[in-house]
Write a protein that binds this ligand. Structure first.
Ligand code: SF4
Length: 292
């Protein structure tokens, strides 16, 4: 992957941001790779030499990585910092790096640091952050099956990068950093999930080698935003209201003698090229050609 410096940032900053701090140890899949869409992994592998990313796009994730590094070095009694746990399942080695295990009566509480925007916290508090739930439950499964230690709780320690006080939005975080409890799965549920994901990745590898179409990314994996319905009136620039259902919007439009404009959900991971491979993705490029 080539790293560009379009803003002509100073070389020391570029060198710092370009360093690859990530390691998955001697495993074939990390937990996050296992959870990520097989299509993205295969396309990234295929186009690695042609992929380009501007160094400015690495700032947010690297700031999180620096904080993780500092926290890892901060030893406090009763807590186990940054432990990578390996296991083998169906002949494949997978691993997960757990930020923190708090030793409590009866076992440990797993804590994962997230450096995120308030929007992610609001999603989690509305029980709408499945990726956090899945990730922490795989860590739980690793700790219980590999270390034999019972896990009695799962928590996200969310550090909110764009916090503003006095927000009236529902589920807005109360402070710059908040703890979020994550529901726990039974071990058997997690193991079934892990096996299913491994099979998906294995099948995608074979399909790709034989030149077959890769399994499409799902709406969740593409971060498709919700379709909304804006009630508008001729001569007015902004919408009177933006509603979640066509029925509600139609009713209001009739009252206001206006009309409804459908704002279709957008696959943000594709449109923002957050996967890094959107220009080689037949699924996304096919959609662009249809709507052109
Ligand atoms: S462009 Fe969208 S559909 Fe294609 S690999 Fe990326 S996330 Fe998946």
């Amino acid at each position: 992957m080539k790293i560009t410096n379009n803003q002509k940032l100073p070389a020391p900053l570029v060198a710092l941001l370009s360093r690859n701090y990530y390691s998955k140890g001697a495993s074939q899949y990390s937990v996050t790779e296992l959870m990520s869409p097989p299509k993205i992994r295969r396309l990234r592998e295929q186009y690695d030499a042609d992929m380009e990313v501007d160094v400015t796009k690495m700032i947010a994730s690297q700031l999180g990585t620096f904080m993780h590094g500092k926290l890892e070095a901060k030893e406090v009694e009763g807590y186990i910092n940054e432990e990578r746990i390996f296991t083998e399942i169906d002949g494949v080695v997978i691993s997960g790096a757990i930020d923190l295990q708090q030793q409590v009566d009866g076992g440990v509480v797993i804590i994962d640091y997230k450096f995120v925007k308030a929007w992610s916290v609001m999603q989690a508090l509305a029980n709408n952050k499945d990726d956090w739930v899945t990730q922490l439950n795989i860590y739980k499964w690793l700790v219980e099956t590999v270390k034999g230690t019972p896990v009695v709780g799962l928590q996200i320690c969310a550090i909110v990068k764009d916090y503003t006080p006095h927000s009236a939005q529902e589920n807005y975080p109360e402070a710059e950093a908040v703890m979020i409890d994550i529901p726990m799965w039974k071990s058997v549920t997690t193991e079934t999930y892990v096996r299913d994901r491994l099979n998906m990745h294995r099948n995608a590898k074979v399909q790709h080698e034989f030149g077959e179409d890769l399994q499409p990314c799902t709406d969740d994996e593409r971060w498709v935003s919700e379709t909304t319905y804006a009630v508008k009136r001729e001569g007015r620039k902004t919408a009177i209201r933006v509603l979640k259902t066509m029925d509600e919007a139609t009713e209001l439009a009739e009252k206001e003698k206006g009309y409804v404009e459908t704002r279709k959900g957008e696959p943000k991971r594709c449109t923002g090229d957050f996967c890094g491979v959107s220009k080689w993705c037949s699924q996304y490029q096919g959609e662009l050609n249809v709507s052109a």
